[in-house]
Ligand binder design. Structure first.
Ligand code: G1P
Length: 289
C-alpha cells in the first residue's frame, strides 16, 4: 500500500524566467489554480494520505497557498462571496502537507533523498510538478495499482518526439505484458545517438525505499546534479523495475508551449469559459493572428 508521496518543488524554474525570479514555477496558474494544486489533487484522489513537498529558497508562496488565510476568508465572508470562500478553504484543508527544505538545488535525486526520514521504510510515490495529467484514473493511481499487483518499483512512460529525447530520462524496455515493461537500461537526457529508444519517463514514479541508499551512492551526473534516473539505474541492478505506458494525456507545464496548451485545453473543458474561449480562438485563427 502506498500512503506517502514526495513532490519535489525546489527547482529554480529557469525555463520561465523572468516570471519565476520572484515566484515559484509551481505557483504559475492554469487559469485560477496553481500547477502544484493539480499535482496534489492527483495524489489525494489516488488515496495518498501524507504529502511531503521538497521546497527551497524563494518557495514560501507554496506554503502560504496551502495555509489558512484568515484575512482573505473574513473578507470573502463579509462580502458574501460564499462560493469563493468555500474554494479558498478547501485548498487549505486538502491533506496533511509537510515541507522539507533542500538547501541547495543539487538535483532531483538529492531532493527525493531529503524525504527519507519522513518516508521511512515503505514504498512511496513521487510526482513532479511540471507534469499535469488528465486521465480517467489518476496517473499515480495507475502506478499504485500496478505496484500492489507486482510489488516492483514502477515509472510512468510515454513515447517522446525525437527532438525532445534529450529532455527526458529514456529507457530501454522489454514488454512483459500489454503496456508494462521491464526496464533494462535508463539514461538521463541522452543525445539522440546514445538514446536506447524514444520512450521517456515522465514525472510519476512509485519507488521502493531501497532507492534512498542508491541515491546516497549516486555521483553527480547530467548538469552536475544528483539525478534520480542514475539512482534508478543503480536500483535496477538490485531489483526489477517496471515501466508503464500510462493511460491519459500529459501536459508538460514546465515547457512554454506545453503550458499554453494546458491553459487552452483546461479553458475548453470549463463550462464557465469554453464557449467564449472557443469563439475567441476561432476568430483569432481566422484573422491569422
Ligand atoms: C526530470 C527527470 C527526467 C524525467 C523528467 C520528466 O527532468 O530528471 O528523467 O524524464 O523530469 O518530466 P526535468 O524535466 O526536471 O529536467
Amino acid at each position: 500500500m502506498i500512503r506517502k508521496a514526495v513532490i519535489p518543488a525546489a527547482g529554480l524554474g529557469t525555463r520561465f524566467l523572468p516570471a519565476t525570479k520572484s515566484m515559484p514555477k509551481e505557483m504559475l496558474p492554469i487559469i485560477d489554480r496553481p500547477i502544484i494544486q493539480f499535482v496534489i489533487e492527483e495524489a489525494i484522489i489516488s488515496g495518498i494520505e501524507d504529502i511531503i513537498i521538497i521546497t527551497g529558497r524563494g518557495k514560501r508562496a507554496i506554503e502560504d497557498y496551502f495555509d489558512d488565510s484568515p484575512e482573505l476568508e473574513n473578507h470573502l465572508f463579509q462580502s458574501e462571496k460564499y462560493e469563493l470562500l468555500r474554494e479558498v478553504k478547501d485548498v487549505s484543508s486538502l491533506v496533511d502537507l509537510h515541507y522539507i527544505r533542500q538547501k541547495e538545488p543539487k538535483g532531483l535525486g538529492d531532493a527525493v533523498l531529503k524525504a527519507e526520514k519522513h518516508v521511512g521504510d515503505e514504498p512511496f510515490a513521487v510526482l513532479l510538478g511540471d507534469d499535469i495529467i488528465k486521465s480517467e484514473v489518476p496517473c499515480i493511481k495507475q502506478l499504485m495499482n500496478l505496484f500492489d499487483k507486482y510489488n516492483k518499483s514502477i515509472i510512468a512512460v510515454e513515447e517522446v518526439a525525437k527532438e525532445k529525447i534529450s529532455d527526458y530520462g529514456i529507457i530501454k524496455e522489454k514488454e512483459i505484458e500489454d503496456s508494462i515493461y521491464l526496464i533494462e537500461d535508463i539514461i538521463e537526457k541522452p543525445s539522440l545517438d546514445e538514446a536506447p529508444s524514444n520512450v521517456g519517463t515522465i514525472g510519476r514514479y512509485v519507488l521502493t525505499p531501497e532507492i534512498f541508499d542508491c541515491i546516497k551512492e549516486t555521483p553527480q551526473g547530467k548538469g552536475n546534479e544528483i539525478q534520480l534516473t542514475d539512482a534508478i539505474k543503480m536500483l535496477m541492478e538490485k531489483e526489477d523495475i517496471y515501466a508503464y505506458a500510462f493511460k491519459g494525456e500529459r501536459y508538460d507545464a514546465g515547457d512554454k508551449f506545453g503550458y499554453v496548451k494546458a491553459i487552452v485545453d483546461f479553458a475548453l473543458w470549463r463550462d464557465d469559459l469554453k464557449d467564449d474561449v472557443r469563439r475567441y480562438l476561432e476568430e483569432s485563427v481566422s484573422k491569422g493572428q
